[in-house]
Design a protein around this ligand. Structure first.
Ligand code: NAD
Length: 694
């Protein structure tokens, strides 16, 4: 199939890019476009060119499969295409419908005019990869629209829709009716006007007091995004647009772009981007595995998780049937869901019609037989094997053949849960995170007997409900919580040995974690970890634990819910306040255990906690519980507040260097006699073979 469709409308040539799925600007399309434009510009029968994509997509931008490959750098480059259009003495207009991103949009900035349909959705998302636009976007957009709007647009990296693009002046006209006839009529109007052609590059940035604005912007990004050099570089590039001739500004943009490409932050963010795309690739499950249709969902348990899980499906327009043991529990569950939607309504994030539509999709029942027609049942009852056994037997008895049976358990063995049914192949873990309607991460737990089509079906479903799904094998804590246990264990030991909870939290938060471990435990409830530890003391008595956290719980300090935890909280306020009582409790504990308090640097705190994540993460990969190291990174980036600019624990290990990471772990092992610190086999193997983890 040809990459372009050329259509003549009298003396206008319409060039439509036709390279599914997203008209990415790979070498093939660049070459076809260059040749077609070159031919059109030298053909005396053609007076003007309309450049379009399809009704769904203009262009998704650069072809990411060409990243770091010779094709990516081969001529004609995007810049050559841009220069060809800018050197044209004939009118060239870009007609945008659907998605237009990155380099695709920069191409339109070379055209004399841009027009769009209401469906147009335009973004310069480079900032999300730690970059700035590199084909003139930072030089041309502030020449086209007010500088503040241009800066915010690129800084956020989010898409603007057709009407907004017209309002801002990014496009010259919004075409409401049939797009191509409207676009051709617009070109004919322009030709009739016989006005000289206007290129964006020839305009000046017209913004009063631009230097004051740029100084303000510099200070703002410095304060709000200290770890993101791309934000600073963007302001610098805008400064070049204001103060330098166009060509010099373009050189400044290129220099900044290349500098950013080499930064660890950009490498980490690009890693995260590709890692997220990879999670749905399952080596032994073919991409074309037929999936089961999932249109209706039954949720067992209308508590905290059941309600949040239900909202995901309601939001996606799917029917949900909620079941519990008591009418009161159902009523409470439904009223919480309604309350959450009403909050969104108040904030203007949801319309009344959408609220009504979602609530209408929700029904409740006390009888399992009412679940007979659902395609998927998700269990979210108490974390107790006996209760789960009863629920799965009930589900097995009533669900239709081919329905999928899922459990949201955090800690229980999914293979055992599957064994309570006559259809273990249809059983899978869907581990949502709390609040389940907000958190992006979904751990999909693959049991020993889970059927491949069940796995493929839920991975597809995860996309429908906009979750980032990562597959985990069956192990205690799955990927995320299994790693977290050691991270938190190390944080407790650090405090036992001499650090304060606030010092540990601040060191990790300064390093980039969204929330330090003590604040996090206070939020989740210290009693939850306490219950798990009590089990661990019996299961794995050799693991070194600080009992300090138990002393905190014995004092009734369960965290935010009791107003007291590692910190204290004032009523109705989540701000963690340092509590001298905790300091005294810690000192008393140290004295009773003859512990001489040591001083720790922030770096020592980071190494002890983050390297614990790395070691356990590597063990999880080695055991095949995660399919690849980058999946571990996605779990931490999407579910545990790990800083994006560090790419996840595994990527961070590569960035530090495995030799340093392993040497530090061995030192910890010697000092603490904690065998956990024996570097995971995978770390040692990668080190010996000179390979990276990711
Ligand atoms: P919850 O106590 O808030 O809700 C449990 C609900 O299940 C209650 O409404 C209860 O009435 C109902 N229930 C109990 N037995 C039932 C039965 N036999 N049939 C039908 N309904 C029954 O608990 P939760 O926090 O929502 O946790 C539910 C599950 O989700 C647990 O397995 C838990 O480990 C898991 N989980 C919890 C979190 C979290 O942060 N809370 C996170 C991930 C996973």
């Amino acid at each position: 199939m040809s990459l372009l469709t050329l259509t003549r409308h009298a003396r206008i040539l319409a060039v439509a890019m036709n390279h599914p799925p997203v008209n990415s600007m790979g070498l093939g399309l660049r070459t076809a476009l260059f040749d077609a434009l070159h031919e059109a510009l030298s053909n005396p029968d053609i007076e003007a060119v309309l450049l379009t994509g399809s009704a769904r997509v203009f262009s998704g931008g650069a072809d990411i499969s060409e990243f770091d490959k010779p094709q990516g750098r081969a001529e004609p480059s995007l810049m050559s295409l841009i220069e060809l259009i800018e050197s044209s003495s004939k009118l060239v207009v870009a007609g945008l419908e659907g998605t237009c991103m990155g380099g695709g949009f920069e191409l339109t900035l070379a055209c004399h005019h841009r027009i769009c349909g209401p469906s147009a959705s335009v973004a310069l998302p480079e900032i999300k990869l730690g970059l700035i636009p590199g084909a003139g976007g930072t030089q041309k957009l502030p020449r086209l629209i007010p500088m503040e709007a241009a800066l915010n647009f690129i800084l956020k990296g989010n898409a603007l829709k057709g009407p907004e693009l017209a309002r801002l002046g990014v496009v010259d006209r919004l075409i409401e009716g049939a797009f191509i006839p409207g676009a051709i009529a617009y070109l004919q109007e322009l030709l009739a006007q016989k006005k000289p052609l206007q290129r964006i590059r020839d305009l000046k940035v017209d913004y009063p007091h631009h230097q004051a604005f740029l100084d303000f912007a510099k200070n703002t990004v410095q304060a709000t995004a200290p770890h993101y050099p791309a934000a600073r570089a963007l302001v610098e590039s805008f400064e070049a647009a204001c103060t330098l001739p166009f060509e010099e500004g373009m050189r400044a943009e290129r220099r900044l772009f290349i500098e950013l490409m080499g930064t660890p932050q950009c490498k980490a963010m690009r890693h995260a981007f590709f890692a997220e795309r990879l999670t749905s690739k399952i080596p032994d499950v073919a991409d074309d595995t037929p999936t089961r249709s999932i249109e209706s969902v039954g949720i067992v348990g209308a508590g905290t998780m059941g309600g949040g899980i239900a909202m995901n499906f309601l939001n996606a327009g799917m029917a949900v049937k909620l079941i519990d043991t008591q009418q009161a529990a159902l009523d409470k569950g439904v009223s919480t869901i309604r309350h959450n939607y009403e909050n969104s309504l108040k904030k203007g994030k949801l319309s009344q019609a959408a609220l009504d539509q979602r609530m209408a999709l929700l029904t409740t029942t006390l009888a399992y037989k009412d679940l007979a027609t659902v395609d998927l049942a998700i269990e979210a009852v108490y974390e107790d094997m006996g209760v789960k056994e009863k629920v799965f037997q009930e589900l097995d008895a009533v669900l239709k053949p081919g329905a999928i049976l899922a459990t949201n358990t955090s800690t229980l063995d999914i293979n055992r849960i599957a064994s309570f049914t006559q259809r273990p192949g249809d059983v899978i873990g869907l581990h949502f995170f709390s609040p389940a309607n907000v958190m992006k991460l979904l751990e999909v737990v693959r049991g020993q007997e889970t059927a491949k089509d069940v796995l493929a079906s839920v991975m597809k479903l995860a996309k429908t409900i906009q979750k980032t799904a990562v597959i985990s094998g069956v192990c205690d804590g799955f990927i995320g919580n299994r790693m977290l246990e050691h991270y938190v264990r190390m944080a407790f030991l650090l405090v036992e040995e001499g650090a304060s909870p606030a010092q540990v939290d601040q060191a990790l938060e300064k390093w980039g974690m969204v929330m330090g471990p003590f604040r996090m435990n206070d939020m989740a409830g210290n009693d939850i970890g306490w219950a798990i530890r009590k089990r661990r003391y019996a299961q794995k008595p050799q693991t070194i634990h600080s009992k300090l956290a138990d002393a905190i719980c014995e004092a009734g300090r369960f965290g935010q819910k009791t107003g007291l935890g590692w910190y204290r909280y004032e009523s109705g306020n989540r701000k963690a306040l340092v509590d001298p009582v905790v300091g005294e409790l810690i000192e008393k504990y140290r004295a009773a255990h003859h512990i001489q308090a040591k001083k720790f640097t922030d770096n020592e705190i980071i190494e002890r906690t983050i390297y614990a994540l790395i070691n356990e993460g590597a063990r999880i990969v080695e055991e095949g519980m995660a399919m690849r190291a980058s999946d571990v990174d996605v779990v931490y980036l999407t579910g545990y507040g790990f800083p994006l600019f560090r790419g996840g624990p595994m990527k961070y290990a590569d960035e530090v260097g495995l030799s340093r990471v392993c040497a530090t772990m061995k030192r910890f092992q010697e000092e603490s006699k904690d065998d956990f610190w024996q570097p995971a086999g995978l770390l040692q193997t990668c080190l010996d073979q000179g390979k990276s983890l990711t």
